[in-house]
Design a protein around this ligand. Sequence first.
Ligand SMILES: [Zn+2]
Length: 467
Amino acid sequence: MKIGYRRRLADFAGGLRLTRELAKHERRPRESLHLYQQQRLESVVRYATAHSPFYRQRLAGVVGEGPVELASLPVLDKSEMMEHFDELVSDRRLRRDALLGWVEGLDHDELYLERYRVMTTSGSSGRKGLFVFDRSEWRVMIAQFLRYSAMAGVRPRLPRRLRVAAVVGASPTHMTRQISASASIGILQVRTLSVTQPVEQLVEELNRFQPGFVATYPSMATRLAEEQLAGRLRLTLSGMSTSSELRTPEMTERIVEAFGVRPFDLYGTTEGLWGCECEHHRGIHLFEDVTLVENVDDAGLPTSIGKPGTRLLVTSLHNLVQPIIRLELSDAVTLEPEPCPCGRTLIRARAIEGRTDDVLYLPARRGGEAMVHPLQFGIVTRDRDVREFQVIQEGEGVRILVVARPSAGDGLEKRLGDAMSRKLAELGVREPRVSVQRRDNLARSVGGKLQLVVADKAVRAARPGPG
Ligand SMILES: [Zn+2]
């Protein structure tokens, strides 16, 4: 059953109320924020040990009568979470395989058991993740979306609703799609456009929709900036945000030149941690009143403020259906020691590294280059037999390395190769050359990161500029 207008409106209104609640935490002294976090942590941990067999067993002997000590709780990684999903959730009707099967057949906004929102991540580690939210937990996600919009200068106005274009991943099972659908009500009109469609088509749709605000990835924002400067795209923007990838100062300059607005860097994860730059653009304020965040080094020890960490541990202060306690995210950040001139006390992440997936440029059928966004390789993750993968460009071809699930049959390589070749041809790549190879594991960097898409830099340097 499709989610009706009244329900969406109620969820949006709930999210809006919550945003006002959360706003009270933004400028609170740190000590008082810590007290609040500790209270929420206690209730999440107590709930998890009472309702999740996985956590009951795992936290036995660690959590007693006294106060919960975050640092003493075991760290959870994503493959562990997926392995033990059925025992980890607090509703016994939720089963991983059934949920994955259901969510993969989804083509619109819909609830599982008329109650749960289900989404998947491909994630920067290349491993698929599964996340379930009930209604009140989903409202918290909406509240984070609204908080980010407010920080990025979205000023809803009447009588005409503010139009927001989200040019993002194509899959309806991803959070960005679902949150856009939930937020497209009342004062906002949010339209999601797929980053994977040809640029000419995007330009045409954007010209028709005339958004006042665009949310997308830096590579696409820069591509759209070129279109705007060339006069083919004609938008008057009051704001823009970019997320998920590295944005270099040159890219920022290009975007400012084209649209006259300075993009806000957004950080949003399905795991629950969100953050956004404020008007000073000096690092991302993390919404740590919703999700506790620890910055740790290779050994899992806390990194001191101002020093780079290698991964984050996140603990949701709201999710009870699928409690998330010290879940590892592969993002490497440096936390900013200085207070922000804006007066918000929410900690800032100076730089989020690991946003390193490359955009590929392959020879185009019509001459010049065809741009292939890392998200295009999502079709590899969607294959049930794939556990992890990496795409490596070699000259004008691509090699896909795959770690398969034990259940995978012989047809995997051919199936993936065919699907990927079809996709590249659709994107205008001339005679796509794709090879697929199985591996037992993939090479990770020192920090444990896996770069999903690696471009062959020598090829682009040798080729004449984009056509
Ligand atoms: Zn600030």
